[in-house]
Write a protein that binds this ligand. Structure first.
Ligand code: MLT
Ligand code: ZN
Length: 460
């Protein structure tokens, strides 16, 4: 450790694992955006809350910026360390601390993977219902920092709904024990919810008490081929009317082409413009009959032209792979990601306007649409053409984002539904939050992180 600040940190916290190994700096300095060159000064791997507090106090004394770091599966640059920051990796704080059968809660450390949370809940006959494709790599601390959404929001809501208690170290090193697992608590401002979705700018999560629930009844997965954009939301309305939905997702033919090129099995002999993946309760004959009636109605109306329904867990998983494999299948193109939301009722008009604008202004762009259409949350990925250098590509994509921002403003939508603002969407924050809101956010940041050491430059 040639940096005297790091020597001092090692002296203050002799048990703290620290690394300046170039491989570690590279690994922990970036997230899935792959857009910035990692350049942290070191990686700290605290083993407990006391070490986290010690690091934060040291950072205040030495004016070192900190990047809290989970699984770094984020897509907005929120966990990027490209400017001499200390990365605080929560990898070692990855244990289940407690299960309470009466409260139906699981208390965990922040570095535990989402999938390990799922498994721990299942061992007790319960579920933690927030779920998405990065489940094996992402960590619960990062899920909380971004209020992660995913594929089951339509049924269960975002991460926020499942956080019963939160221990957080603020930017001044203070430990807050928020809500303590209570179901009801009307004792003033709920600071827990201020922390959820704050992208590591207000505090570092050191412990979380997660609410669990009973598993849903047996379900089935349906993949539907949809011939036209305006039919998508008609299918959705019909599904809501007839089925108890667990998920309702969509993707385009371009997305399917990429996933199948990446190894997934094509579901139909022909290609169609849009596809829907719907998961719904199918515990008994009545529910199965409702699913059939739904499918027949959609076919009769011409909203759906083909379909397949799972009859085993393996088939359900194969259908899900078509949707969940999209991100990985696009990764090699370094896609410019947009993660927008509009009110569900606005989806058809928004999609029609945006697709017309893209067709007119950017006919050569390869744009892949997919996402959580049942939540009004659409992922619009622009793929980098071969031969175009990355900065020139980003510059062009930002023109597309400007169009998107304009269209979103007309539809009162958001430029980030679940990925967060981070670095990627920071230039566009003022298009969706008013000057008064941004000033309030900056004021809150100042109170909780007076020296601005926590994830500076992200979000605000
Ligand atoms: C997804 O819904 O698959 C994720 O948000 C990841 C992505 O947008 O690529
Ligand atoms: Zn998503």
């Amino acid at each position: 450790m040639s940096d005297p600040r790091l020597t001092e940190l090692a002296r203050l916290l002799p048990g703290l694992k620290l690394s300046t190994d170039p491989g570690d700096l590279e690994h922990h300095g970036r997230d899935w955006t792959r857009r910035w060159t990692p350049a942290p000064i070191a990686i700290a791997y605290p083993a407990d809350t006391t070490e986290v507090q010690g690091i934060v106090r040291w950072a205040n004394d030495h004016h070192v910026a900190i990047v809290p770091s989970g699984g770094r599966t984020g897509l907005s640059g929120g966990a990027v360390a490209a400017a001499g920051e200390l990365v605080v990796s929560l990898d070692r704080m990855n244990k289940v601390l407690d299960f309470n059968a009466v409260d139906r809660t699981l208390t965990v450390q922040p570095g535990i993977a989402l999938e390990a949370v799922h498994n721990a809940a299942r061992e007790h006959g319960l579920i933690y219902p927030v779920d998405f494709a990065a489940r094996g790599s992402c960590q619960i601390g990062g899920n909380i920092a971004t209020n992660a959404g995913g594929i089951r929001v339509i049924r269960y809501g975002n991460t926020r709904q499942w956080i019963a208690g939160l221990k957080v170290v603020t930017g001044s090193g203070e430990l807050l024990d928020l809500n303590k697992g209570l179901v009801k608590n009307a004792s003033g401002y709920d600071l827990r919810h201020l922390m959820i979705g704050s992208e590591g700018t207000l505090g570092i999560v050191v412990e979380a008490t997660l609410a669990l629930t009973s598993p849903p009844p047996a379900s089935q997965v349906m993949l539907l081929a949809v011939p036209a954009m305006d039919a998508l939301m008609k299918v959705f309305a019909e599904a809501q009317h007839r089925l108890r939905l667990e998920a309702f997702e969509f993707f385009t033919d371009r997305a399917l082409e990429h996933v199948t090129a990446h190894g997934a099995q094509a579901p139909f002999a022909e290609a169609y413009p849009f596809y829907v993946v719907a998961e719904f309760d199918a515990a008994d004959e009545k529910a199965e009959a409702a699913a059939l009636a739904f499918f027949e109605q959609c076919m009769e109306e011409g909203w759906v032209v083909d379909g397949v329904i799972s009859s085993s867990d393996a088939q359900a998983a194969a259908l899900w792979r078509l949707r969940e494999g999209i991100t990985e299948s696009l990764a090699a193109y370094k896609p410019y990601k947009n993660d927008i939301s509009v009110r569900i009722s606005r989806v058809p008009a928004f999609m029609a306007e945006m697709q017309a604008l893209l067709a007119e202004g950017y006919p050569d762009f390869d744009v892949v649409w997919f996402g959580h259409i049942g939540d009004g949350n659409l992922h619009i990925n622009v793929l980098k053409p071969e031969g175009l250098d990355y900065p020139a590509f980003v510059a062009q994509c930002e023109q597309v984002t400007a169009l998107l921002v304009d269209t979103l403003a007309r539809h009162e939508g958001s430029i980030s539904a679940e990925h967060g603002i981070g670095l990627v969407k920071k230039p566009w924050l003022s298009s969706v939050r008013s000057p008064a809101e941004i000033a309030l956010m900056a004021g809150i940041k100042k109170v909780l992180d007076p020296n601005g050491i926590l994830n500076p430059g992200k979000l605000l």
